[in-house]
Ligand binder design. Structure first.
Ligand SMILES: [Zn+2]
Length: 114
């Protein structure tokens, strides 16, 4: 393989992703397809890119390990029950507190309706 054809292959291989995304113009896709049909290295590269895509799409949604989830919840967890009681007591102690709670509850309802 000459250095020249290697460069040509590299150029074609850079287009493979765009080709799979349907982002190539006909004027680029045509020569790329023709090259892939006649170049084993690029055909292999194309097959790999296709397979990678299929495998990525077949992956289930990414899921955090439970240990990470637990640590995140520990960070953002609501206050302990005793503090929670005081928190709500304070919340309802004043009309302004009740109003804020009502506004927060309304916001939750609005968010959940989406
Ligand atoms: Zn090639």
């Amino acid at each position: 393989m000459s250095g020249n054809s290697k460069n040509k292959c590299a150029t074609f291989q850079e287009l493979i992703d765009a080709r799979l995304d349907g982002e190539l113009a006909e004027s680029e896709a045509g020569p790329l397809d023709a090259h892939i049909a006649s170049c084993a290295a690029c055909a292999e590269e194309y097959k790999l890119a296709l397979r990678l895509r299929a495998e990525l799409q077949a992956l289930p949604g990414l899921r955090c390990p439970d240990t990470v989830t637990e640590r995140v919840f520990a960070e953002v967890a609501p206050p302990a029950p005793a503090r929670m009681k005081g928190f709500f007591a304070g919340l309802f102690a004043t009309p302004a507190g009740r109003l804020r709670f009502a506004a927060a509850a309304a916001a939750v309802v609005i968010l959940e309706e989406d």
